[in-house]
Design a protein around this ligand. Structure first.
Ligand code: TRP
Length: 450
């Protein structure tokens, strides 16, 4: 089996693909809106702490397990187990991860579909086709369904080409493009009147909020989602890393890229909100709270672009292109989780299985689209609010308590011979054994009791 498995062609290839997975709607939409509504820099600070102290250790666990087993998440979780009971338990955890990843892709593709429709709307606006542009922004169920299918189709096309030719190649093309568009948009927005107020709101922390338990819950959830943790995405990408690579450094690089892009997205979105306010657009709701989430991206920003004439139309196009790219490099990593499992377990043709699984996910997504009010929020909460933290907890417990320390050390040493004397090895084993599980339980408990 391992002979026919894909592998990233280089260190950079992995970093781009894994950063592509990490950097997504969570960074460019989720992070800035959370920061805007949770005390600006207070959220930023807590997010950085959570990302490094909680998410990075879990990311490392996934990368190490994946590369050790060189297999899909079900097989990998049983490889690190030491008796028949824990093997079964491990396999179930791996399998739940696969289901969760597929369900996340379900709602993610719906949101990504909106981004594509707004992308088309911007294009129509530039061409002066205002009625058509209007149609794209006021989609009914059929329109929504269409764009979900288009997005999943692109995802499937890339994944069907395999690890090197599909995932790595497209991440390497799209990630630099994403960075360029983001930088251009930031540069532009910062020149507009009102942007400085946004910077103030972003960088002046509301210290009262720093230790607010609710902010911690949000920051942890955001860090887990943003680093694509606990469902096997990073485990499977880890399984495609060559044995001579230094996992500690690679994991650090991915975490840094993820945080950097989130912080940069804040530099775009928060100033844009205040520029919008400067142009007379309402950004506070009746309760005096900052408008967040869907209203921000689909109401405030388009209204802002509208006030800026031709330049605004191009800015809008660039923005929704940015969102679509970010979503695509993430969705391919979600689809790879069930695909890798099916290919390796049933030894079926990759192309066939990609389209089969993408079709199943498309059907589920269409069911959600048709019952949006009833199901959308439910699927989001079930997967990101419950499944992800609980699977993360299980992953820490398996790595910290079931897997033999020396075997872990041996695995990391292959690409990092001196790891035994490194700061990483002094801290991480303790972290993954005690600190991460305790912190996840505390934060998760806090969420349940609220
Ligand atoms: N991290 C991505 C984002 O920030 C989304 C993502 C990709 C994800 N793979 C995942 C989230 C696996 C949870 C689990 O948008």
């Amino acid at each position: 089996m391992s002979l026919s498995r894909g592998e990233f062609s280089s260190r950079l290839g992995f970093v781009l693909a894994a950063s592509g997975s990490a950097v997504g709607l969570g960074n460019i939409w989720g992070f800035p809106t959370q920061a805007a509504s949770h005390g600006g820099a207070a959220f930023l600070m807590m997010y950085v702490v959570m990302a490094f102290c909680l998410a990075y250790p879990v990311l490392m666990a996934e990368l190490i397990i994946g590369r050790h087993a060189k297999a899909n998440s079900v097989a990998a979780m049983s490889v690190i187990s030491n008796n028949s009971f824990s093997r079964k338990l491990g396999a179930s955890i791996g399998f739940l991860g696969i289901v969760t990843s597929s369900l996340i892709l379900c709602f993610y593709s719906i949101v990504a579909g909106w981004m594509i429709s707004y992308l088309f709307a911007s294009l129509a606006n530039i061409l002066g086709l205002n009625d058509i542009a209007m149609w794209f922004t006021k989609l009914g169920v059929v329109g929504n369904a269409l764009f979900v299918l288009i997005f999943l189709m692109f995802t499937a096309i890339i994944v069907s080409s395999g690890v090197k030719q599909g995932i790595e190649k497209w991440s390497a093309r799209l990630m630099p493009l994403l960075l360029i568009i983001l930088l251009m948009l930031i540069g532009y927005v910062l020149t507009l009147d009102g942007a400085v107020d946004g910077l103030k709101a972003y960088f002046l922390p509301d210290f009262k909020q720093v230790l607010d338990p609710n902010l911690m819950v949000k920051a942890m959830g955001q860090a887990f989602f943003s680093l694509s943790l606990a469902v096997g995405t990073m485990l499977i990408y880890g399984s495609y890393i060559n044995k001579k690579e230094n996992l500690v450094v690679l994991g650090c690089a991915v975490t840094l890229v993820d945080i950097t892009i989130a912080v940069m997205a804040g530099l775009l979105i928060l100033p844009a909100m205040y520029v919008a306010q400067h142009n007379g657009i309402v950004i506070y709701d009746e309760a005096g709270l900052l408008i967040a989430q869907d209203k921000l991206i689909f109401t405030v920003l388009p209204a802002l672009f509208d006030t800026m004439g031709v330049v605004g139309a191009f800015a809008s196009l660039a923005f929704f292109l940015l969102m679509t790219i970010a979503a695509l490099t993430s969705s391919i990593s979600m689809l790879e989780v069930p695909v890798a499992y099916a290919v390796e377990t049933y030894t079926v043709n990759r192309n066939y299985i990609v389209w089969l699984i993408a079709s199943i996910i498309a059907v589920l997504a269409l069911i959600v689209v048709c019952n949006f009010k009833l199901l959308f929020g439910f699927v989001v909460t079930l997967t990101t609010g419950y499944s992800q933290p609980l699977l993360g907890l299980a992953l820490c417990i398996f790595t910290g308590w079931m897997w033999h320390r020396n075997k872990i050390l041996l695995e990391i040493s292959q690409g990092y011979p001196n790891v035994e004397h490194s700061l990483f090895w002094k801290v991480w084993p303790f972290y993954i054994r005690y600190v991460c599980p305790a912190a996840i339980i505390m934060v998760f408990g806090q969420q349940i009791f609220n």
